[in-house]
Design a protein around this ligand. Structure first.
Ligand code: HEC
Length: 108
């Protein structure tokens, strides 16, 4: 099965961890936003973006606000409270992925 996925490296990166967390019942492997959160964001922001410690809650916030913040991080724009921590993660996202991850988090 792994070998099958390596045909499409980007999808493999997006979907393999999502497979592992499917028992959580919430992650649809077909949702690229969900896969991104499980892959990239959860170690800091929590499995569904609920936030923990110094990592702010993302779940349930407006998709527009989240996407705007991510684009600001991506472009290097800094407003109050923005550290350098997020920039590499935002820069790794395409415009479409920003919209997908924001939509997923907003729906949590
Ligand atoms: C290495 C830890 C880390 C990872 C991984 C990470 N973040 Fe963050 N994120 C932070 C920290 C810390 C902040 C707090 C503000 C700051 O430091 O800029 C933050 C802030 C944010 C904010 C702004 C929230 C606010 O209220 O201002 C958004 C949106 C965000 N992260 C989205 C994401 C998304 C989406 C991902 C996954 C693609 C992600 N983050 C991955 C550490 C992380």
């Amino acid at each position: 099965m792994m070998r099958y996925y390596t045909l499409i490296p980007l999808l493999a990166i997006a979907f393999l961890p999502a497979c592992g967390s499917r028992d959580a019942g919430k992650v649809a492997a077909s949702d690229p936003g969900a896969a991104l959160v499980q892959n990239v964001c959860k170690d800091c922001h929590g499995p569904n973006g609920q936030g923990q410690g110094r990592f702010p809650r993302l779940a349930g916030r407006s998709a527009e606000e989240l996407a705007t913040l991510l684009r600001q991080y991506k472009s290097g724009h800094k407003s109050v409270n923005m550290s350098d921590t997020m920039r590499p993660f935002a820069q790794a996202l395409s415009d479409q992925q920003i919209d997908q991850v924001a939509a997923y988090l907003a729906a949590q």
